[in-house]
Design a binder for this molecule. Sequence first.
Ligand code: ADP
Ligand code: MG
Length: 386
Amino acid sequence: MNIHEYQAKEILSTFGIPVPRGRVALTADQVERAAKEMGGRCVVKAQIYAGGRGKAGGVKLVHHPEQAQDLAKELFGKTLVTPQTGPEGLKVRRILVEEAVDIAREFYLSITLDRGTSRYILIASAEGGMEIEEVATRSPEKIHTLTIDPFTGLRSFQARHIALQLGLSGSVCEDCVSLILNLYRVCLEKDCALVEINPLVVTRAGWLMAMDAKITFDDNAIFRHREYPDMMDYSQLDPLEINAGKYDLAYIKLTGTIGCLVNGAGLAMATLDVLKEFGGEPANFLDVGGGATREKVAEAFKIILQDSDVKGIFVNIFGGIMRCDVIAHGIIEAASEVNCTLPIVVRMDGSQVEEGKRLLTESGLNVQCGDNLGDAAARIVKMLAG
Ligand code: ADP
Ligand code: MG
């Protein structure tokens, strides 16, 4: 789960990490008022669930409250496209107005989960700012990493080693040590998958400050933090994903034309692989889980149909806990309700499979049943080609 920069900064601030003075605004008038509070000269920052805003025109220095207001009018409702948003971009609904800080140096600092070692890894670079990915490919030696042992935790000598590698000395170096240790506390106490400060800056006055912040919470830990669901900004999410979440369905959008309804994550992966093998391109996959009901299958089917990229549907379900006739009823119910005329191929197996297939073939829908996974994948690809 992602949150906005201003929310991430509120968290960092409660953990003793210095951030610029700022105020979030929902209207252009609020932006103007906030700009006045900052003394007129301030930075206007579009809040979207993606970085790379600076280069896309989403972060700008202004000198007067009116200028802030004009810029806000332009930004609100605008779709920002950055390297991190994908081509469809994200709409700006909130703006952070911040004091303009005079920056002397910019660094990169983050802690994230390293799946390879199953540990938190700290990543730091003296070449912070807007293009850390480029630094990583161009000059990887400028990126310093430290894998954190979960039993000993992060020790101050390790944090100091990183601060020295960043080229800091004296009191700023010591401030950086406490900042790094505090950042690790944020990770642990807030159950983060990622905490990123880019840039972390040294101001002209010689202070350390987090100038940008990104936090991703570990979805598996949301139940431990009752405040997290309220922090979510639904305007930043795919509406189909929100809908799937309501029915406890896992929905993932992809780029092809075949909608896939499956049960179980493993089967979903196998389904995508086999479809690709036969030249098909999945538009999405929707995992209804182990013991789905007829209603859940129907909802899942409707969500897939709302994706306008979908030109055909591939159902691959193993009826172990689920009965195939129940699945068939769910599909028929949903497809008739929304008048679905798209080609559908169903591959199912398990209990009541014959009854399930009979219901589908007699339903009057544009549906075929596959004998096995390969046969079914070949059928849907052929139906779409025809
Ligand atoms: P993004 O990473 O999405 O491009 P940032 O918040 O990192 O957005 O802003 C881009 C750049 O704008 C930063 O690298 C920094 O140089 C500058 N910047 C951001 N906030 C401020 C601020 N409050 N004062 C001065 N400069 C800022
Ligand atoms: Mg940034």
